[in-house]
Design a protein around this ligand. Structure first.
Ligand code: SF4
Length: 302
């Protein structure tokens, strides 16, 4: 039996013995996506984590995602196979910076992107993802919104709302590799190709888009349209797009759009994680309950 197949068999057996499920983000490597019970974006993964009855959740993604699962599932064990998998964007805002912004803008509500630490969520009014950011902002009574940490997602939301958005200074390095000149060149090479992009990209790139949305939004758009498609998000989504739409042509908009942190999780690490029950991510009280309020408010917005 080939080595990969052996590892997959061992993972499957341990999942059964220990009552575990595997959740994987759309940016994970293809082999990890293929062994997951559910693959999705941050919003879908949060909902799945909350609905899960399994004893153990193996979270194939980055730290803030496993933290979110721990906040929502305090009685389950949440494992992050690679403990150093963080998110540079999430690290660009701290709890004290949010509190300073609140002091400066006392009338404003704070919306934090799910790509943030538990501490930042705990001092925010409501959380959002790229799939629901506009909806969350528009649901609030406040006319001024402090939006943290992603300045590009925040400035995209500003184009979709009459509220005043006060931006922080964070950004996703991976999504800054989508450069307008390159997208224009690809559009010229593939006439009629539709450009799908993520709101974490800069405004000049977004201006070229035929669709702007989350990774799940891109999957939905691709299922409903004819390509070819130029894909403006992290490379991991190419696998799912191609798997779900085998007859369509998908062209990646940047050879450099590979998030190093998302690629740290391998099949071996998933196996070791289940064997050794490593690395447990646990958000303790009272931080958990404080951070949960912001996530609950988001999940209540329909
Ligand atoms: Fe963070 Fe960007 Fe990587 Fe997502 S792709 S985990 S936002 S650095």
């Amino acid at each position: 039996m080939a080595r990969t197949e052996k590892i997959i068999d061992q993972i499957t057996e341990l999942k059964r013995l220990k009552d575990a499920i595997i959740l994987a983000h759309n940016y994970q490597i293809p082999e990890v996506q293929d062994i997951a019970d559910y693959v999705g974006d941050s919003l879908g993964l949060s909902i799945r984590a909350q609905e899960s009855q399994a004893n153990i959740i193996v979270f194939c993604g980055v730290l803030f995602m496993a933290e979110t699962a721990s906040i929502l599932c305090p009685n389950q064990t949440v494992l992050l196979p690679e403990p150093s998998a963080g998110c540079p964007l999430a690290n660009m805002i701290s709890e004290s910076e949010v509190l300073n912004l609140r002091k400066k803008h006392p009338q404003a509500a704070v919306v934090c992107y799910i790509n943030s630490s538990a501490e930042v969520k705990a001092v925010s009014d409501v959380c959002c993802t790229s799939a629901n950011a506009v909806q969350v902002v528009n649901s609030l009574k406040a006319e001024e919104i402090i939006f943290v940490p992603d300045k590009y997602l925040g400035s995209y939301v500003q184009t979709q709302t009459d509220k005043k958005i006060i931006l922080a200074d964070g950004f996703c390095p991976t999504h800054q590799t989508f450069i307008p000149e390159k997208i224009i060149a690809l559009k010229e090479k593939h006439p009629g190709a539709l450009f799908l992009t993520h709101p974490e990209s800069n405004p000049e790139t977004l201006a070229l888009a035929d669709f702007i949305g989350s990774t799940s939004g891109m999957l939905q758009f691709a299922a409903q349209h004819d390509g070819p498609f130029i894909v403006g998000t992290e490379s991991g989504l190419m696998h799912r797009l191609q798997q779900k739409n085998p007859d369509q042509l998908f062209i990646h908009g940047s050879a450099n759009a590979i998030c190093p942190n998302m690629k740290k999780t391998t099949l071996e690490k998933v196996l070791w994680s289940l064997q050794d029950m490593q690395h447990e991510i646990k958000i303790e009280e009272p931080l958990r309950s404080q951070a949960k309020q912001a996530i609950d408010r988001m999940l209540q917005i329909k």
